[in-house]
Design a binder for this molecule. Structure first.
Ligand code: SF4
Length: 283
């Protein structure tokens, strides 16, 4: 592999770039639906694709299962990238300050750094599953040797297409989509209140572990994953939160009868909080 800066015209399409044999081709899977659909979509379009997953060690078991299913279905290997140290080590390093949308050290230490180590100085094309109906950005490598491309945007694919690709491939959507619409760590601060109480419902052990991170600090301080409510407070309102969510879903189903329940749930959750998460973790 020649190590050099990428010498590519900015308007080169991903289909042209896919043919290049002098660069690495990489696709990051987050455990979410869009990156999985992209892996399916590009399976026969990009030879020599390297698939990777940045494993924080704090993912849901459904995520690991989904990745295994994807590997089996496509006959690919997904390389698991891990930070040298785990979340608890970094939390100590940051004096117990929980990560937040404003201080996303978790993504930097546990996803971006391992990824940059994996790529090194090799020139690479990074295929990213942001859709044509989305307007989000996030971490783009600042390295001149990496060029991000967006096949769904180039080809005009929107959310409905993603569901169709997953359905037709037989892979389907991740199991956690029944109650949570974003991939990532079980304690991710991008979760909405309904997703938190459903974490309690589906994985009570993980919910209480997340609660411990809020409450157990040697300096006696308390941190919360949410800006306005602790997990203990959210738990007290569990039934109320679930009831309110169900009511909104029913209303939305009546309004958009052609949408699947999963799509409806996602749009209801987005209405509650549509903060755009990072695509390193949630694609
Ligand atoms: S999923 Fe959330 S908590 Fe985990 S690394 Fe990404 S932003 Fe941080």
């Amino acid at each position: 592999m020649i190590k050099s800066e990428l010498n590519i015209s900015l308007d080169a399409s991903y289909r042209d770039l896919a043919k290049r044999t002098d660069v690495r081709h990489i696709l990051g899977l987050s455990g979410g639906k869009d990156s999985a659909a992209l892996a399916i979509y590009l399976r026969d379009k990009v030879p020599n694709m390297e698939y990777f997953f940045c494993d924080t060690g704090k993912e849901l078991k459904e995520t690991y299962e989904y990745l295994e299913k994807l590997e089996a279905r496509l006959g690919i290997e997904i390389i698991r990238l891990k930070a040298e140290r785990g979340f608890d080590h970094f939390l100590k390093m940051y004096n117990g300050f929980l990560p937040s949308p404003q201080a996303r050290w978790c993504t930097i230490m546990m996803k971006i750094k391992p990824l940059e180590k994996f790529i090194g100085d090799d020139p690479a094309i990074s295929y990213v599953g942001i859709r044509a109906d989305e307007n989000r950005s996030g971490y783009m490598s600042t390295k001149d040797s990496i060029r991000a491309v967006f096949p769904f945007q180039e080809d005009g694919l929107v959310k409905e297409d993603i569901f169709r690709i997953l359905e037709e491939s037989g892979l389907g959507i991740p199991k956690y989509y029944e109650w949570r619409s974003r991939s990532g760590c079980f304690f991710c601060f991008y979760q909405r209140k309904y997703e938190w109480v459903m974490l309690h419902e589906k994985h009570p052990d993980l919910f209480y572990e997340a609660m411990k991170y809020e409450e157990e600090h040697s300096d006696g301080r308390k941190y919360t994953w949410n800006r306005d409510e602790s997990l203990r407070e959210i738990l007290v309102r569990k039934e109320e939160i679930i009831a309110a969510h169900r009511k909104k879903v029913e209303k939305e189903v009546a309004r958009k009868s052609n949408k699947s329940l999963v799509e409806v749930m996602e749009s209801v959750l987005d209405e509650e909080d549509d903060t755009i998460p990072c695509f390193t973790c949630h694609l």
